[in-house]
Design a protein around this ligand. Sequence first.
Ligand code: FMN
Length: 371
Amino acid sequence: MSTTKKATEVGVFIPVGNNGWVASVNAPPTPGNYEHNLQVTRLAEQLGFDFALSMAKWRGYGGPSRHWDTTLESLTTMAALAQATSSIKIWGTVHMMIFPPAVVAKMVSTIDQISNGRVGLNLVSGSNPHDLGQLGLWKPLDHAGRYELADEWIKVVKRLWTEDRVDHKGRFYELTDCMSNPKPSRPPTLICAGASDRGFQFTIDNCDASFFTASDDDASLQRGKRAKELAAKAGKPEFKSYGLFTLIPGETDALAQARLDHFDDGVDRIALATQTAEYSSDVSAKQNFAAQYFIDQGARVSSVLGGAMTGSAETLARRVARTIIEAELDGITLIVPDFIEDLRFVGERVLPLLEEFGVTTRAGATTRAAA
Ligand SMILES: Cc1cc2nc3c(=O)[nH]c(=O)nc-3n(C[C@H](O)[C@H](O)[C@H](O)COP(=O)(O)O)c2cc1C
């Protein structure tokens, strides 16, 4: 075991969609409403978590569980949560394809004021043609074209955050003597979860951190290392990488596995089939990492995301710490089945144990200090 402990940030992927990330009729009660997300975010803050992130999703998958048929809009939710909290970082998500950059520049500057500088933005290039297509807002671009739009979009936003007046004429956007005030009090944290090579490159060129799905399998460990390698090559040693973990805790390994079995017993095959069909319809489905990941979930007929970890507090702590160290992660984003009971279990019992396996977190230290 290493003697120097690795300091790691911890965040929660708040459940703005009903059922959270359990596509099953046996999902724990997760309404996808504001009241629940307020409780989850306040609990995360109290547990010492570093950030709360919400996804952007516009259309659900139906089926008997009505998976994600109800989803809150990300940035308006985060604006309210910014007002309701005081220390946790508040990160929202936008699909760059559907929001003009000048509109988002001002929305984020507004949340910067509401949150006293705690705002961050997760940039999504777009991966599901139906999600945005139903709005009439999907642009018929392939994977490379979507990242070309993304490159132009973020450059415009950054100029609006720092320059008095902006003139811009590009392939996708035209701004004439555009004034955008207020400016953010500090550069908002920019993250992206593109996991293709092109997505990583966009992220390293334009953002502070890369988010990707993680588990202790070799592919996840390699993804973490790849992000760091590309960042080092680009001369950005301060660039961060964050792994997304689904943790299913239990008092014992067997009880945790029994919980997953129960979710899988009620797996929503119709919702998964819809998810697969939607992602498969992308002309660039093969290059689109999210499409591959969700199509794979459908093929496995699994109620939870790939790489989900089950186990007791000790088992989870050991596996998460190993992944953090081997994949060189700077932070982790957590998904749990029940965002009250399980978040508390992870915050109070798993995170403090990470220290024994070489990883320190603010949340773990908060629990230790309270004990
Ligand atoms: C932590 C995490 C959060 C994500 N959030 C969203 C989201 O809110 N909305 C969305 O449409 N896609 C989301 N994605 C998908 C990615 O942002 C990205 O669009 C997708 O992976 C396609 O790009 P790629 O082919 O470069 O990976 C998320 C992925 C991860 C791992």
